[in-house]
Design a protein around this ligand. Structure first.
Ligand code: COA
Length: 177
């Protein structure tokens, strides 16, 4: 039996599950209307990881000139630490590499205390480049800014191929083909 996940673009039909998973993952989840707006905006990529029909993770980001900014990523609690976040980030970076030319950096902010997320990003080569003090207004926590820099043509694709080889096949399953 395959334990594989399918990763595909999120659509307006996914909003109910997306909103529920967002609420369960973040202290300040987006409203349904913001999700609706975001899914229909240009220069965005939103992907979901599905186990059968169940949404088990999502990732989103937007293009800003030569930077692609990862805005959100979450894995459903029972499915964490099994490679879902890695698969989503891998797919996202592949799409960025395929869709957008002249990307120089990929950037994101992460809570200073969020070690699991920082571990995920480091695995893909993201490095800390700065601190935004009090970035998270609800509790005034600092954000660490992390980037993948100097993405000359070909560099990102090579890096992703190496990471892809290390992903657990139980997660990848059919999605690898
Ligand atoms: C961050 C998050 C998306 C990671 O998703 P995941 O599906 O568990 O990630 P993976 O299983 O692919 O793990 C990827 C890497 O992250 C790191 N990691 C994941 N969970 C970790 C934990 N509990 N402690 C330390 N490192 C951890 C590891 O480096 C891991 O790589 P490895 O398995 O090769 O060691 C998940 O913890 C989550 O949804 N958190 C709540 C939402 C959130 O904080 N999002 C990030 C906002 S910036």
């Amino acid at each position: 039996m395959s334990h594989g996940l399918e990763v595909r673009a999120l659509t307006l039909d996914d909003i109910k599950d997306l909103h529920a998973l967002d609420q369960d993952s973040f202290a300040e989840p987006w409203s349904r209307s913001l999700w609706k707006l975001e899914l229909s905006r240009l220069h965005r990529i939103y992907l979901g990881a599905f186990k059968g029909i169940q949404l088990v993770g999502f990732i989103g980001g937007l293009l800003a000139h030569t930077d692609f900014h990862i805005t959100t990523v979450a894995t459903k609690k029972p499915h964490r630490c099994s490679g879902v976040g890695s698969l989503l980030l891998l797919q996202m970076l592949k799409e960025v590499d395929d869709l957008f030319e002249d990307i120089e950096t990929i950037t994101l902010e992460v809570r200073a205390s969020n070690k699991p997320a920082q571990g995920l990003y480091r695995k893909f080569g993201f490095a800390p480049v700065g601190l935004r003090r009090g970035y998270y207004q609800a509790d005034n926590e600092d954000a660490i800014v992390m980037t993948l820099e100097n993405l000359q043509q070909g560099t990102l694709a090579d890096r992703l191929s190496e990471i892809e080889l290390k992903l657990p096949t139980a997660v990848y399953g059919d999605a690898k083909q």
